[in-house]
Design a protein around this ligand. Structure first.
Ligand code: ADP
Ligand code: GN1
Ligand code: MG
Length: 368
């Protein structure tokens, strides 16, 4: 990959030194580019080749990110913060565009690298999850007044769990990769929970839950924490910011971050949902955005965690059945392993439903 030539298309300052693959996202190809400037340490930028088989309209996707980040930057400034560090900053192309398409058709974008931060793949101590929760909760609070109608739908039906279930049953029926027989147990587990897939959507349709602007992909490695203070600094990966339910953001964070094991752990005896981590996240999230939530929204938070986990398990299995065309894999059967951890978590959350509800009730004090 000719990093230097792609870098020359963006407004990056200094002399190009080198580029390298970076991060652990499942969707885009991410790189860090190093530049020499006057300062002693090199300056880095993030370069991403966007995944166009997933994001069908790059123009709309980048317009969403531009409008969300400029809105957030104003909010952060009003609260006395540093927008350069607390909000993802797009680096424009030399002709002022939001992305660059090369002559092979690849599409790139760039961001300021948020330095002196850590991006965790797993939680080492509950405090870290509390800080991640504060950042996601603040993100939700700061986008409260964002004009939702100006956002494009970057992935239609992204958290339409009923539709995800339909795609799953289609994948089972089609069995493109010839794997359905070997995953009957997982298929049955999901089928038994079909009725769960419509619960939040029914509440939305009956106007018992409000539509908000949500991030929709709030896993732990989509937030950067300050490497010294440990505080949540910047929410990243804004590709899926769209109208949604609060449960999508709360739930997806719990699914990934409150698990006692990695998303692709093969030893399922290590996988459970930690109530301690659930409590840490609930506290941080509700301290920041609890005041704007309705009673019904709060009540369904534990269910949201279970539903997002079930949805993700279903998505991993669908992709496995389709022959691994959506999520990046680094080894064979990784999507099946990912599916299995999610289903194990769902089972565990079902057992801990009452305890999760009690934790949310204890957080009531942050909601008034
Ligand atoms: P994907 O959609 O593939 O998950 P992300 O936008 O989440 O892509 O980026 C992948 C990883 O790159 C992140 O998990 C994080 O480690 C790193 N990253 C992305 N943007 C930045 C940034 N602005 N500053 C520092 N690290 C970043
Ligand atoms: C993907 O992009 P990344 O790696 O942060 C996916 C999420 C899944 C997650 C599972 C656009 O997130 O929806 O929950 O993998 N993003 C997209 O780890 O599909
Ligand atoms: Mg990501």
């Amino acid at each position: 990959m000719d990093y230097e030539s792609i870098a020359s298309k963006f407004q990056m300052e200094g002399a190009f030194i080198q580029g390298e693959p970076f991060g652990c996202g499942h969707i885009n190809d991410t790189y860090a580019l190093y530049f020499k400037q006057a300062s002693a340490r090199p300056v880095r930028y993030i370069l991403q080749r966007m995944n166009e088989s997933i994001f069908r309209n790059i123009e709309e996707l980048m317009q969403n990110i531009a409008s969300v980040t400029s809105f957030l930057s104003e909010q952060v400034k009003c609260e006395g913060g540093n927008a350069q560090r607390e909000v993802l900053q797009i680096i424009k192309t030399t002709d002022g565009g939001l992305y660059y398409r090369d002559n092979r058709g690849n599409c790139y974008r760039a961001f300021l690298f948020v330095e002196d931060t850590v991006c965790l793949q797993t939680i080492e101590k509950p405090e870290q999850f509390y800080q991640a929760a504060k950042a996601f909760g603040k993100f939700q609070r700061q986008l409260h007044a964002f004009p939702a109608e100006t956002l494009f739908e970057t992935i239609p039906h992204f958290h339409d769990t009923r539709d995800r279930y339909r795609l799953f049953t289609e994948a089972v029926a089609r069995d493109t990769a010839g794997r359905a027989k070997s995953v009957q147990k997982e298929i049955d587990f999901i089928r038994m929970r079909e009725k769960d897939t419509g619960v939040l959507l029914d509440l939305l349709e009956n106007e018992q839950l409000p539509l908000r602007v949500t991030h929709n992909d709030t896993k732990l490695n989509n937030v950067l924490l300050d490497h010294k203070t440990g505080k949540g600094i910047c929410v990243i990966d804004l590709d899926t910011v769209m109208p949604g339910l609060i449960h999508y953001d709360f739930g997806d964070s719990i699914r990934y971050g409150a698990s006692t094991a990695a998303e692709d752990e093969t030893d399922l005896s290590k996988v459970s949902m930690s109530l301690e981590l659930f409590a840490a996240f609930s506290k941080g999230f509700l301290e920041e955005c609890g005041q704007s939530l309705t009673e019904t929204e709060r009540t369904y938070l534990p269910f949201g965690a279970k539903l997002m986990t079930l949805e993700c398990g279903m998505r991993f299995l669908t992709d496995y059945l389709n022959g691994d065309t959506y999520f990046k894999i680094h080894r064979e059967h990784q999507n099946l392993d990912r599916c299995r951890t999610q289903l194990k978590l769902v089972e565990d959350m079902e057992k801990k439903e009452e305890k999760m509800a009690a934790i949310i009730r204890e957080c009531r004090q942050y909601c008034f």
